[in-house]
Design a protein around this ligand. Structure first.
Ligand code: NAD
Length: 303
Protein backbone atom coordinates (compact mmCIF):
# COMPACT_ATOMS: atom_id res chain seq x y z
CA UNK A 1 0.00 0.00 0.00
CA UNK A 2 1.46 3.38 -1.05
CA UNK A 3 0.05 6.63 0.36
CA UNK A 4 0.86 10.10 -0.91
CA UNK A 5 0.45 12.83 1.73
CA UNK A 6 0.15 15.97 -0.39
CA UNK A 7 -0.47 18.55 2.37
CA UNK A 8 1.11 18.87 5.80
CA UNK A 9 -0.84 16.79 8.35
CA UNK A 10 -0.18 16.18 12.04
CA UNK A 11 2.57 13.65 12.75
CA UNK A 12 0.22 11.50 14.89
CA UNK A 13 -1.76 10.81 11.69
CA UNK A 14 1.41 10.05 9.75
CA UNK A 15 2.49 7.60 12.44
CA UNK A 16 -0.71 5.59 12.03
CA UNK A 17 -0.40 5.57 8.22
CA UNK A 18 3.20 4.33 8.48
CA UNK A 19 2.05 1.32 10.54
CA UNK A 20 0.47 -0.25 7.46
CA UNK A 21 1.68 1.62 4.39
CA UNK A 22 4.63 3.12 2.60
CA UNK A 23 4.11 6.86 3.04
CA UNK A 24 5.57 9.65 0.93
CA UNK A 25 5.07 13.25 2.02
CA UNK A 26 5.29 15.66 -0.94
CA UNK A 27 3.66 19.03 -0.31
CA UNK A 28 3.29 22.17 -2.46
CA UNK A 29 3.09 20.20 -5.71
CA UNK A 30 1.66 22.04 -8.72
CA UNK A 31 -1.39 20.36 -10.37
CA UNK A 32 0.70 19.06 -13.33
CA UNK A 33 3.36 17.70 -10.95
CA UNK A 34 0.66 15.90 -8.96
CA UNK A 35 -0.88 14.42 -12.14
CA UNK A 36 2.56 12.93 -12.94
CA UNK A 37 3.23 11.76 -9.40
CA UNK A 38 -0.10 10.18 -8.43
CA UNK A 39 0.24 7.07 -10.59
CA UNK A 40 1.32 4.16 -8.43
CA UNK A 41 -0.23 5.48 -5.22
CA UNK A 42 -3.19 3.69 -3.60
CA UNK A 43 -4.28 6.67 -1.52
CA UNK A 44 -3.83 10.43 -1.38
CA UNK A 45 -4.21 12.50 1.79
CA UNK A 46 -4.82 16.25 1.57
CA UNK A 47 -5.91 19.12 3.78
CA UNK A 48 -7.01 22.36 2.09
CA UNK A 49 -4.24 23.45 -0.26
CA UNK A 50 -4.25 20.53 -2.70
CA UNK A 51 -7.20 20.26 -5.08
CA UNK A 52 -7.97 16.66 -6.01
CA UNK A 53 -9.37 17.36 -9.48
CA UNK A 54 -10.81 14.92 -12.01
CA UNK A 55 -7.51 15.07 -13.92
CA UNK A 56 -5.61 13.91 -10.84
CA UNK A 57 -8.22 11.23 -10.14
CA UNK A 58 -8.00 10.00 -13.76
CA UNK A 59 -4.19 9.86 -13.54
CA UNK A 60 -4.32 7.91 -10.27
CA UNK A 61 -4.73 4.50 -11.89
CA UNK A 62 -4.24 2.67 -8.55
CA UNK A 63 -6.16 5.14 -6.38
CA UNK A 64 -8.56 3.51 -3.93
CA UNK A 65 -8.83 6.20 -1.24
CA UNK A 66 -8.88 9.97 -1.15
CA UNK A 67 -8.78 11.40 2.37
CA UNK A 68 -9.20 14.98 3.50
CA UNK A 69 -7.94 15.74 7.00
CA UNK A 70 -10.74 18.25 7.57
CA UNK A 71 -14.51 18.72 7.50
CA UNK A 72 -15.69 19.78 4.02
CA UNK A 73 -14.84 18.16 0.69
CA UNK A 74 -14.82 21.34 -1.41
CA UNK A 75 -11.32 20.57 -2.72
CA UNK A 76 -12.12 17.00 -3.80
CA UNK A 77 -14.05 16.16 -6.97
CA UNK A 78 -16.23 13.62 -5.16
CA UNK A 79 -18.32 12.85 -8.26
CA UNK A 80 -15.22 11.90 -10.29
CA UNK A 81 -14.03 9.75 -7.37
CA UNK A 82 -17.40 7.98 -7.17
CA UNK A 83 -17.33 7.26 -10.91
CA UNK A 84 -14.00 5.49 -10.42
CA UNK A 85 -15.21 3.63 -7.32
CA UNK A 86 -12.72 5.49 -5.10
CA UNK A 87 -13.66 5.85 -1.43
CA UNK A 88 -13.50 9.41 -0.08
CA UNK A 89 -12.91 10.04 3.62
CA UNK A 90 -13.14 13.23 5.66
CA UNK A 91 -13.15 14.01 9.37
CA UNK A 92 -16.30 15.94 10.30
CA UNK A 93 -16.04 14.61 13.87
CA UNK A 94 -12.64 16.21 14.55
CA UNK A 95 -13.43 19.90 15.27
CA UNK A 96 -16.52 19.57 17.51
CA UNK A 97 -14.80 20.55 20.76
CA UNK A 98 -12.83 23.33 19.05
CA UNK A 99 -16.01 24.90 17.65
CA UNK A 100 -17.95 24.39 20.88
CA UNK A 101 -15.19 26.09 22.90
CA UNK A 102 -15.24 28.97 20.40
CA UNK A 103 -18.99 29.36 20.97
CA UNK A 104 -18.43 29.71 24.72
CA UNK A 105 -15.44 32.03 24.11
CA UNK A 106 -17.55 34.30 21.90
CA UNK A 107 -20.43 34.41 24.39
CA UNK A 108 -18.04 35.23 27.24
CA UNK A 109 -16.16 37.80 25.13
CA UNK A 110 -19.46 39.49 24.27
CA UNK A 111 -20.85 39.38 27.82
CA UNK A 112 -17.67 40.71 29.46
CA UNK A 113 -16.77 43.11 26.60
CA UNK A 114 -13.33 41.53 26.34
CA UNK A 115 -12.43 42.86 22.84
CA UNK A 116 -13.20 46.46 23.88
CA UNK A 117 -11.51 46.09 27.29
CA UNK A 118 -8.36 44.69 25.69
CA UNK A 119 -8.16 47.60 23.22
CA UNK A 120 -8.78 50.10 26.02
CA UNK A 121 -6.03 48.80 28.34
CA UNK A 122 -3.57 48.58 25.44
CA UNK A 123 -4.27 52.22 24.59
CA UNK A 124 -3.15 53.19 28.10
CA UNK A 125 -6.63 53.69 29.59
CA UNK A 126 -8.15 52.21 32.77
CA UNK A 127 -11.89 52.45 32.10
CA UNK A 128 -13.28 50.02 34.70
CA UNK A 129 -16.76 51.61 34.69
CA UNK A 130 -17.18 51.12 30.94
CA UNK A 131 -16.81 47.38 31.18
CA UNK A 132 -19.64 46.32 33.46
CA UNK A 133 -20.75 43.01 32.00
CA UNK A 134 -23.22 40.16 32.44
CA UNK A 135 -22.82 36.57 33.56
CA UNK A 136 -23.83 33.53 31.53
CA UNK A 137 -25.13 31.95 34.76
CA UNK A 138 -28.91 31.68 34.78
CA UNK A 139 -29.31 32.77 31.15
CA UNK A 140 -31.06 30.60 28.57
CA UNK A 141 -29.08 29.20 25.64
CA UNK A 142 -31.04 28.03 22.61
CA UNK A 143 -29.16 25.44 20.55
CA UNK A 144 -30.37 25.13 16.95
CA UNK A 145 -29.02 21.84 15.56
CA UNK A 146 -28.06 19.25 18.15
CA UNK A 147 -25.52 17.16 16.24
CA UNK A 148 -21.86 16.87 17.20
CA UNK A 149 -21.11 20.58 17.74
CA UNK A 150 -24.52 21.58 19.12
CA UNK A 151 -24.26 18.87 21.77
CA UNK A 152 -20.68 19.79 22.67
CA UNK A 153 -21.70 23.47 23.03
CA UNK A 154 -24.76 22.61 25.14
CA UNK A 155 -22.72 20.38 27.48
CA UNK A 156 -20.17 23.13 28.02
CA UNK A 157 -22.85 25.80 28.57
CA UNK A 158 -24.33 23.56 31.26
CA UNK A 159 -21.03 24.01 33.14
CA UNK A 160 -21.75 27.75 33.14
CA UNK A 161 -25.13 27.07 34.79
CA UNK A 162 -27.12 28.08 31.73
CA UNK A 163 -30.62 26.76 31.04
CA UNK A 164 -30.59 24.92 27.70
CA UNK A 165 -33.35 24.79 25.08
CA UNK A 166 -32.84 22.52 22.06
CA UNK A 167 -34.22 22.51 18.53
CA UNK A 168 -33.52 19.99 15.78
CA UNK A 169 -35.53 18.20 13.09
CA UNK A 170 -34.27 14.96 14.67
CA UNK A 171 -34.62 14.95 18.46
CA UNK A 172 -32.00 13.21 20.58
CA UNK A 173 -34.05 12.74 23.75
CA UNK A 174 -31.33 10.69 25.48
CA UNK A 175 -28.95 13.60 25.13
CA UNK A 176 -31.60 16.10 26.32
CA UNK A 177 -32.31 13.98 29.39
CA UNK A 178 -28.63 13.52 30.16
CA UNK A 179 -27.94 17.27 30.32
CA UNK A 180 -31.33 18.23 31.77
CA UNK A 181 -32.40 20.18 28.68
CA UNK A 182 -35.57 20.08 26.63
CA UNK A 183 -36.53 20.16 22.96
CA UNK A 184 -38.92 22.95 21.98
CA UNK A 185 -40.05 24.50 18.68
CA UNK A 186 -37.73 26.86 16.78
CA UNK A 187 -40.18 29.66 17.61
CA UNK A 188 -39.86 28.92 21.35
CA UNK A 189 -36.05 28.82 21.10
CA UNK A 190 -36.15 32.24 19.42
CA UNK A 191 -38.68 33.76 21.84
CA UNK A 192 -37.20 32.43 25.10
CA UNK A 193 -33.40 32.39 24.67
CA UNK A 194 -30.87 34.99 25.79
CA UNK A 195 -28.25 33.42 23.49
CA UNK A 196 -29.04 31.41 20.35
CA UNK A 197 -26.27 29.32 18.80
CA UNK A 198 -26.65 27.79 15.33
CA UNK A 199 -25.21 24.35 14.46
CA UNK A 200 -27.08 23.10 11.39
CA UNK A 201 -25.50 22.12 8.06
CA UNK A 202 -25.91 24.43 5.07
CA UNK A 203 -28.52 22.68 2.93
CA UNK A 204 -31.45 24.14 0.93
CA UNK A 205 -33.77 23.75 3.97
CA UNK A 206 -31.44 25.70 6.26
CA UNK A 207 -30.30 28.48 3.91
CA UNK A 208 -31.44 31.75 5.53
CA UNK A 209 -33.46 29.83 8.11
CA UNK A 210 -32.83 32.77 10.47
CA UNK A 211 -34.23 35.82 8.66
CA UNK A 212 -36.23 38.95 9.43
CA UNK A 213 -39.26 37.04 10.75
CA UNK A 214 -37.15 34.87 13.06
CA UNK A 215 -35.06 37.80 14.33
CA UNK A 216 -38.29 39.69 15.10
CA UNK A 217 -39.21 36.88 17.54
CA UNK A 218 -35.98 37.25 19.53
CA UNK A 219 -35.76 38.99 22.93
CA UNK A 220 -34.52 42.62 22.78
CA UNK A 221 -31.25 41.63 24.51
CA UNK A 222 -30.78 38.31 22.74
CA UNK A 223 -27.40 37.49 21.20
CA UNK A 224 -27.16 35.39 18.04
CA UNK A 225 -24.06 33.20 17.72
CA UNK A 226 -23.22 31.69 14.34
CA UNK A 227 -20.30 29.31 13.88
CA UNK A 228 -22.04 27.10 11.28
CA UNK A 229 -22.14 28.67 7.79
CA UNK A 230 -22.75 32.32 6.90
CA UNK A 231 -25.66 31.67 4.52
CA UNK A 232 -27.77 30.13 7.31
CA UNK A 233 -28.46 33.70 8.46
CA UNK A 234 -29.99 36.47 6.39
CA UNK A 235 -27.05 38.81 6.98
CA UNK A 236 -28.91 41.88 5.67
CA UNK A 237 -31.75 41.30 8.13
CA UNK A 238 -29.22 40.73 10.93
CA UNK A 239 -27.36 43.98 10.17
CA UNK A 240 -30.66 45.89 10.17
CA UNK A 241 -31.62 44.37 13.56
CA UNK A 242 -28.19 45.17 15.02
CA UNK A 243 -28.14 48.75 13.67
CA UNK A 244 -31.61 49.39 15.12
CA UNK A 245 -30.68 47.67 18.41
CA UNK A 246 -33.59 45.33 17.81
CA UNK A 247 -31.50 42.54 19.41
CA UNK A 248 -28.59 42.66 21.84
CA UNK A 249 -25.84 41.54 19.51
CA UNK A 250 -24.21 38.86 17.42
CA UNK A 251 -21.09 36.72 17.59
CA UNK A 252 -20.03 35.49 14.15
CA UNK A 253 -17.25 33.15 13.00
CA UNK A 254 -18.77 32.67 9.53
CA UNK A 255 -20.11 35.12 6.96
CA UNK A 256 -22.12 35.21 3.74
CA UNK A 257 -18.89 36.28 1.98
CA UNK A 258 -15.51 35.41 3.50
CA UNK A 259 -13.72 37.63 4.18
CA UNK A 260 -16.69 40.01 4.74
CA UNK A 261 -14.92 42.93 3.02
CA UNK A 262 -16.98 46.12 3.14
CA UNK A 263 -19.73 44.52 5.25
CA UNK A 264 -21.61 46.93 7.56
CA UNK A 265 -20.99 44.32 10.29
CA UNK A 266 -17.39 45.53 10.50
CA UNK A 267 -18.53 48.95 11.78
CA UNK A 268 -20.87 47.71 14.53
CA UNK A 269 -20.08 47.83 18.25
CA UNK A 270 -22.56 45.11 19.30
CA UNK A 271 -20.79 42.27 17.48
CA UNK A 272 -17.80 40.03 18.16
CA UNK A 273 -16.30 38.70 14.92
CA UNK A 274 -13.78 35.94 14.15
CA UNK A 275 -12.24 34.91 10.79
CA UNK A 276 -13.74 31.37 10.52
CA UNK A 277 -11.44 29.92 13.19
CA UNK A 278 -13.89 27.40 14.65
CA UNK A 279 -11.72 24.39 13.81
CA UNK A 280 -8.41 26.20 14.22
CA UNK A 281 -6.90 24.48 17.23
CA UNK A 282 -3.85 22.27 17.15
CA UNK A 283 -5.88 19.53 18.86
CA UNK A 284 -8.54 19.66 16.14
CA UNK A 285 -5.92 19.48 13.36
CA UNK A 286 -4.29 16.51 15.09
CA UNK A 287 -7.65 14.79 15.56
CA UNK A 288 -8.49 15.28 11.85
CA UNK A 289 -5.21 13.59 10.81
CA UNK A 290 -5.73 10.73 13.26
CA UNK A 291 -9.38 10.25 12.24
CA UNK A 292 -8.64 9.93 8.51
CA UNK A 293 -5.54 7.76 9.09
CA UNK A 294 -7.67 5.36 11.15
CA UNK A 295 -10.43 5.38 8.54
CA UNK A 296 -7.95 4.31 5.83
CA UNK A 297 -6.42 1.74 8.19
CA UNK A 298 -9.83 0.18 8.93
CA UNK A 299 -10.75 0.23 5.23
CA UNK A 300 -7.65 -1.76 4.29
CA UNK A 301 -8.44 -4.27 7.01
CA UNK A 302 -5.90 -3.09 9.58
CA UNK A 303 -8.23 -2.76 12.57
P1 NAD B 1 -23.90 17.45 12.52
O1 NAD B 1 -24.25 16.84 11.22
O2 NAD B 1 -23.28 16.60 13.58
O3 NAD B 1 -25.22 18.12 13.16
C1 NAD B 1 -26.10 18.91 12.42
C2 NAD B 1 -27.48 18.84 13.08
O4 NAD B 1 -28.35 19.72 12.37
C3 NAD B 1 -28.10 17.42 13.01
O5 NAD B 1 -28.51 17.00 14.30
C4 NAD B 1 -29.30 17.62 12.08
O6 NAD B 1 -30.42 16.80 12.41
C5 NAD B 1 -29.62 19.09 12.29
N1 NAD B 1 -30.41 19.68 11.22
C6 NAD B 1 -30.32 19.43 9.89
N2 NAD B 1 -31.25 20.16 9.23
C7 NAD B 1 -31.93 20.87 10.16
C8 NAD B 1 -33.00 21.80 10.10
N3 NAD B 1 -33.56 22.14 8.93
N4 NAD B 1 -33.44 22.33 11.24
C9 NAD B 1 -32.88 21.97 12.44
N5 NAD B 1 -31.87 21.11 12.56
C10 NAD B 1 -31.40 20.56 11.43
O7 NAD B 1 -22.98 18.71 12.18
P2 NAD B 1 -21.85 19.37 13.09
O8 NAD B 1 -20.58 18.61 12.94
O9 NAD B 1 -22.41 19.61 14.45
O10 NAD B 1 -21.65 20.77 12.32
C11 NAD B 1 -22.61 21.81 12.42
C12 NAD B 1 -22.21 23.00 11.57
O11 NAD B 1 -20.94 23.50 11.96
C13 NAD B 1 -22.11 22.74 10.07
O12 NAD B 1 -22.75 23.84 9.40
C14 NAD B 1 -20.64 22.81 9.78
O13 NAD B 1 -20.40 23.25 8.47
C15 NAD B 1 -20.21 23.86 10.79
N6 NAD B 1 -18.77 23.84 11.13
C16 NAD B 1 -18.14 25.04 11.28
C17 NAD B 1 -16.78 25.09 11.61
C18 NAD B 1 -16.08 26.39 11.80
O14 NAD B 1 -14.87 26.45 11.58
N7 NAD B 1 -16.75 27.45 12.23
C19 NAD B 1 -16.07 23.88 11.78
C20 NAD B 1 -16.75 22.67 11.66
C21 NAD B 1 -18.10 22.66 11.32
Amino acid sequence: MKILVADKIHEDGLKILKEFAEVEVATDLKPDQLVKKIEGFDAIVVRSATKVTKEIIAAGKNLKFIARAGVGLDNVDAAAAKDRGITVFNAPEAPSVAVAELVLSLMLAFSRKIPQADLSVKSGKWEKKLFMGNELRGKTLGVVGTGRIGQAAAERAKGFEMKILLYDVVKNEDFARRIGAQYVSLENVLRESDFITIHVPLIPQTERMIGKKEIAMMKPNAVLVNTSRGKILDETALVEALENKRIGGACLDVFENEPPAGSPLLKLQNVVLAPHIGASTSESQRDAAVVIANKIKVAVGGR
